[in-house]
Write a protein that binds this ligand. Structure first.
Ligand code: ADP
Ligand code: MG
Length: 410
């Protein structure tokens, strides 16, 4: 008998409820369907295959691109009592793992894509019982994505040799092109696409054309006393703006990849500990930083893409309290972005162009910013959110819209 999933969620993982679309994803997996789950970082993608791995008979084989990532997952799974192992070049207990796998003693087996696509691995799978294929970081299969991994392309024949085993692809980063490509590359039907959980309702979005950026940032800082991040496009720009902010008496640090590692670490630590510090940084800052009370994220210039914008603004308000994301963009930003497009190779050009157009759509819209953002990620949000500049205050400056249109089409 199949155990009650809710009971299992509680007894194995200690969670009281499914979050967001987890239940919908798990139900499809349990029904033997093929699914692509697009959920933001931190939404709980792992649970979507870990829970079925415990509920189903046999082993869930997880394809994951990074050994370090696999070992983190292994630790977490083992800690809650899931029978898990990794099969990578870094493991010297491979023979033992293979025996456990064949004997049906594993719930989860993590493997790297290059191993998964090797011929002898297919034979191994044929001699064990596979309950589910989970393809983590599935955007790696697409040339449209940011992290194309040729090895991921070799997964399809492997998956197809086990047509009755359900497959679950998971990713946080997928614009429409990448998503469609993942479906095709991994043989998942369109109805198997589940996207959700991208909304960050406590973040208030605002986007303005640049005028005097230093002044605009100074005005923003005056309204925002808590800790915050200002993203700047150049390393020199971070130090210059940090000096200007320091002159106003506000605690401030700079962060970019050109600083000495000890200085970077010290500045980051100071920011994480502070209740009112401004971090002026390039996009090198933010990955893996856990500071729940960031009250604002400002962009002094256009971010690289809608996805980058979402990631970067998403560092604000993780504690659920109100937070602000304010972007200042200029014509020069679009000119530079178009310049970069001219250097992109033919394979990536349509994707890159679509990404820039989407960014243009976000800055030029007179409608709800949140709706544009969420639609970009494939959700179906309401027309208005009541918590962005355009919803709170109908745009007075028709100029901004026309400017953006002009720069995009030029
Ligand atoms: P993702 O891979 O989507 O970035 P993870 O799978 O690493 O996210 O999960 C992020 C965090 O959320 C983990 O600490 C996990 O234990 C927690 N989590 C997942 N599902 C639930 C849930 N239903 N209730 C509470 N916490 C959850
Ligand atoms: Mg994950």
């Amino acid at each position: 008998m199949v155990p009650d999933l809710h009971d299992l969620l509680h007894s194995t993982f200690g969670f009281s409820d499914f979050r967001g679309v987890q239940r919908a994803v798990v139900d499809r997996v349990m029904a033997g369907e093929r699914t692509l789950a697009v959920m933001p970082t931190g939404a709980g993608k792992s649970l979507c295959y870990q829970l079925p791995s415990v509920a189903l008979e046999g082993t869930c084989v997880v394809i994951s691109p990074l050994i370090a990532l696999m070992h983190d997952q292994l630790r977490a799974a083992t800690a809650v009592g899931i029978r898990a192992a990794t099969l990578t070049s870094a493991d010297d207990n491979r023979a033992e793992t293979i025996e456990r796998f064949k004997a049906g003693e594993l719930d989860l087996l993590y493997v790297a894509p290059e191993r998964a696509s090797a011929g002898h691995f297919r034979e191994l799978l044929a001699r064990a019982k596979v309950s589910l294929f989970a393809i983590d970081e599935a955007h790696c299969v697409s040339e449209w994505g940011h992290d194309f991994r040729p090895d991921y392309r070799l997964l399809r024949p492997l998956l197809d040799s086990f047509p009755d085993v359900p497959r679950l692809a998971l990713t946080a980063t997928a614009d429409a092109h990448t998503r469609d490509d993942i479906l095709v590359q991994l043989g998942i039907p369109r109805e198997g696409l589940i996207v959700a959980g991208f909304d960050r309702p406590n973040i208030r979005y605002a986007i303005s054309p640049k005028a005097n950026t230093t002044q605009q940032i100074a005005d923003l800082l005056r309204e925002q006393p808590g800790p915050g991040i200002v993203y700047v496009q150049s390393r020199a720009g971070t130090e210059k703006l940090a000096a200007q902010i320091a002159a106003t008496g506000r605690p401030v640090r700079a962060y970019h990849a050109g600083l000495e590692p000890q200085i970077r670490a010290a500045n980051q630590a100071a920011f994480v500990a502070s209740e009112d510090m401004v971090m002026v940084a390039t996009v090198a800052f933010g990955m893996g930083i856990d500071k729940p009370d960031v009250r604002f994220v400002a962009h002094a210039g256009l971010p690289k893409s809608v996805e980058a914008y979402y990631q970067e603004t998403g560092r604000a308000g993780r504690d659920g309290e109100p937070a602000v994301a304010h972007m200042f963009w200029g014509a020069d930003d679009f000119a530079k972005a178009r310049q970069r497009l001219s250097e992109v190779d033919d394979v990536r050009l349509p994707g890159e162009r679509a990404r820039l157009t989407a960014l243009g759509g976000l800055v030029e819209t007179a409608g709800c910013r949140r709706a544009v953002l969420l639609r970009y990620f494939g959700e179906h949000p309401p027309e208005t959110c009541g918590n962005c500049d355009n919803c709170l205050d109908a745009p007075q400056s028709v100029d901004a819209t026309e400017l953006a249109r002009k720069y995009l089409s030029a």
